[in-house]
Design a protein around this ligand. Structure first.
Ligand code: GPV
Length: 818
């Protein structure tokens, strides 16, 4: 598809002109960064018109608006993606070539906006892409962190965190909107005052501190439809009422405090994934963007509507995990204290407006705020939470008279804490999990009591990913091939059409083409690895890849232990039948997560040893890709042969990397966990390598005190050997302590936790067998090509377009814009 309006000559002129006006340079003297900026600003001109038109259309048609509230939006680079979605990629590439500029180089100058940790943040980004593409009015609401996810450097095998200065050179795509700034208040006390005229009690916050929330808007360009939605992220600025030279000491202190508050609040993204830390500043961040976003949303509604009790007809709020669930109480506050509704009216509106998505069953991710902290920081909001809790507990008692156990399990306030998930469920009109299995576990285990009490709220929305970024942009060769085979490019907006590829999976010519494309992509990645790691990898070896956040439940440790095992085998039997394999890892560990960091060190130590051992003749290579992020992920997915999805069954809510690999023709080597189950449903077990305990088995063990890994250690000599190598200095220059904690965790556990909580030893043998099956299948080139192609052909369900349409049909009920 070509855009009707692209004018190559004009575009080139704009680039040259931008270089002049912004930097006072000619093209020949411009730096690569300056060229990027000039190109980005030229593109922005194109986007702005569609953006304004879209917003005008929304004004006229007055559709229901979705506010997707999320602490994280892992957007990735905008330039290439916008070009793809505007169908301008090829033409801009040509235009730049005529100027002697390489578009790839230009794209590489853009800092990778990383306002998210992993799956949850990236899901939010895919959702925005799909919402715009499907033509639904939506705002992403979040925080404009000064520093996003840290940059990872590897030094001597250890992870070093480097601040991500993504705004250092400004951001061409953002638009500051000071006219929509909102004040957000923290702390102080609440004075109540009887208002004679209305007969109501007013709640007045005093002695508070406040910041000004100032929004920055980012265009979210739909694919091929000229619709441009908005990601609105909030910056904090000090309120300037107070003079810094004031001679009143109290005023002066307060001014300084408020300045610091503004600076601190948006400073940095917390780098925890699936884990909650309970820091006061984090709660401040949550309330900050929630309050600003809701104030703006209500103000927008009031501009065109006068009946605030009908708010839910024109807007809906999706809470991305518990992080923004203070929305519930904040909306109540706005409706009551600012709009004058009574409790019951406000509650009706709120509970028809807010919906909640759960993204994990991991206990350590459940947010529980200490009441003293919560009430000190948000005194008025806390009063409202108390009342929500009081009424909810009454309801529980009404439904289950005499059953105080139910109250203990479900109350919002309990044991000195505010349980955020409970508030979200009590107030939300929808509660959804992110894959079939995950939703079933929520209903039958983690949230069983809530499900029994309010079954109508619960539903599943299996995650998805955008094929625009992860195939069209990330894998242009395969993308063009798919279009050629299908005779159309409409799979770009209807991924179910990929099933049309099924008829080619047995065709030798198509198989050859498919595998040739994979090889090209492997060469592209090999080049990246050579440039970044200095390691030579053989593009004809199996690229076996695990890229995702480092977490014990994701079991990167099992993967590297298995590599150690293979290495032992190869050393003992140099002539054993072994297909050359490159094990590729990419993962960031939360800065404070010790065991995760030890695992990174272990991977790098094993890589060092194995890659430098000439005796195994390059059969085995291990690569740890530094700073795994959206931009290099696109290269990695395109080049993968095998997709490692090996979480302990029941622990990975969905996973979305699994879908990106599948789309790019990499079969899954994985457990029956998360969306892996549904991937297997789509393509059949014969097109994946499934191993390990089922979720029922895991849950069963857990409910009965775990299992005994020591028995496995004693009876399996290969496992024994590998574990001993953790503490005999093999991978630690003779140091016996370095990996002792990993060793201990597998065999003995910590105080209060089970040995091998994630069933690594238990699943090890079946994992090793699955690898053997992979190697065998790979050597049968035709069989492999068929499997890989069947994966690509079967990925239709996993488009985020499908996910979003389900959210619209079952939860949000948005109006489609054409
Ligand atoms: I909660 N997820 C995440 O990335 N960070 C979090 O803090 C939490 C959940 C992830 C889950 O772990 C994945 O299984 C899931 O695919 C993803 O959220 C999107 O739903």
């Amino acid at each position: 598809m070509k855009t009707e309006r692209f004018d190559k000559k004009l575009f080139k002129q704009e680039v040259i002109n931008n270089l002049k006006t912004q930097f006072r340079v000619e093209l020949d003297n411009a730096t690569q960064q300056q060229i990027y900026q000039a190109v980005a600003y030229a593109l922005k001109e194109w986007i702005i018109e569609d953006w304004m038109d879209t917003q005008k259309t929304y004004e006229e048609k007055d559709p229901k608006i979705l506010y997707y509230m999320s602490m994280e939006f892992l957007m990735g680079r905008a330039l290439g993606n916008n070009l793809i979605n505007m169908s301008m990629y090829g033409e801009v590439k040509e235009a730049l070539e005529e100027l002697g500029v390489d578009l790839n180089m230009v794209e590489d100058q853009e800092p990778d906006p990383a306002l998210g940790n992993g799956g949850l943040g990236r899901l939010a980004a895919c959702f925005l892409d799909s919402l715009a593409t499907l033509g639904y009015a939506a705002y992403g609401c979040g925080i404009r962190y000064q520093y996003g996810m840290f940059k990872q450097k590897i030094k001597d095998g250890y992870q070093i965190e480097v601040p991500d200065e993504w705004l250092k050179n400004g951001n061409p795509f953002e638009l500051k909107r000071p006219e929509y700034a909102k004040e957000v208040r923290f702390g102080g006390n609440i004075r109540t005052e009887y208002d004679e005229a209305s007969g109501r009690i007013n709640f007045i916050q005093e002695n508070y501190q406040s910041v000004m929330a100032v929004p920055y808007d980012y265009p979210v360009v739909g694919y091929g439809n000229h619709i441009v939605n908005t990601l609105r992220i909030w910056d904090a600025e000090p309120i300037t009422d107070f003079q810094l030279d004031s001679f009143d000491k109290g005023e002066y202190d307060k001014a300084v405090e408020q300045k610091n508050l503004a600076k601190n609040i948006v400073e940095v993204l917390y780098p925890n994934d699936n884990h909650y830390e309970g820091k006061e500043l984090r709660l401040k961040q949550q309330y900050f963007f929630v309050s600003a976003s809701l104030q703006a949303a209500v103000a927008k509604y009031k501009k065109n509507h006068d009946d605030i009790t009908k708010l839910y007809e024109k807007m809906t709020i999706q809470m991305n995990d518990t992080h923004p669930t203070v929305s519930v109480a904040e909306l109540m506050r706005i409706l009551m204290d600012e709009e004058g509704l009574g409790w019951d009216e406000a509650w009706e509106v709120t509970t028809k407006t807010c919906a909640y998505t759960n993204h994990t069953i991991m206990a350590e991710a459940l947010e529980k705020w200490p009441i003293d902290l919560f009430s000190r920081l948000l005194p008025r909001v806390y009063q409202i939470v108390e009342e929500i809790d009081r009424r909810f507990v009454n309801k529980i008692r009404e439904m289950y008279p005499g059953n105080e156990e139910k109250v203990r399990k479900m109350a919002i306030l309990w044991d000195g804490q505010v349980r955020m998930a409970h508030m979200a469920i009590a107030a939300g009109y929808s509660v959804n999990g992110v894959a079939k299995l995950h939703t079933e576990i929520l209903k039958n285990q983690e949230l069983k009591d809530f499900y029994q009490m309010m079954p109508e709220k619960f539903n599943n929305k299996t995650n998805g990913i955008t094929q625009r970024r992860f195939l069209m942009h990330g894998n242009p060769l395969l993308s063009d091939w798919v279009t050629k085979k299908l005779g159309t490019d409409t799979w770009a907006t209807d991924l179910s059409l990929m099933s049309g590829l099924k008829k080619y999976v047995d065709d030798p010519k198509s198989q050859k083409e498919f595998m040739e494309i994979k090889l090209q992509n492997k060469k592209r990645l090999a080049k990246y690895i050579k440039e970044h790691n200095g390691i030579d990898v053989d593009p004809t070896s199996i690229f076996d890849v695990q890229v995702k956040r480092l977490h014990e439940y994701k079991r990167q440790l099992m993967n590297i232990l298995h590599v150690m095992y293979l290495y032992n085998q190869l050393k003992k039997n140099p002539n054993m039948n072994f297909y050359p394999t490159t094990f590729i890892f990419g993962a960031k560990a939360a800065a404070g997560y010790r065991r995760a960091k030890q695992t990174i060190k272990l991977i790098n130590s094993v890589a060092d040893k194995v890659n430098n051992d000439a005796s195994i003749k390059g059969k085995l290579k291990v690569v740890f890709i530094e700073d795994y992020r959206v931009s290099n992920a696109e290269l990695i997915f395109a080049a993968a042969d095998v997709s490692e999805q090996i979480s302990t069954a029941s622990k990975e809510a969905s996973g979305t990397g699994n879908m990106k690999f599948m789309l790019n023709g990499a079969p899954t080597l994985g457990t029956m966990d998360g969306a892996n189950v549904e991937i297997v449903d789509e393509i059949g077990e014969e097109n994946a390598f499934i191993f390990g305990l089922s979720s029922e088995e895991v849950i069963n063990y857990e409910n009965n005190g775990g299992y005994h890994p020591y028995e496995i250690y004693e009876n399996d000599k290969d496992i024994h050997e590998v574990l001993d190598q953790l503490v005999d200095g093999t991978y630690a220059d003779g140091d016996h302590e370095l990996y002792k904690d990993l060793y201990q965790s597998l065999l003995f556990g910590d105080t209060g936790s089970q040995a091998d909580m994630y069933f690594i030893l238990k699943d090890f043998r079946s994992y090793a067998e699955a690898h053997e099956k992979v190697a065998k299948a790979y050597q049968d080139t035709k069989k492999w090509a068929k499997m890989a192609m069947t994966n690509t052909a079967g990925c239709g369900k996993f488009s985020s377009d499908r996910t979003i349409q389900e959210y619209v049909d079952d939860i949000w009920h948005l109006d489609k814009i054409r």
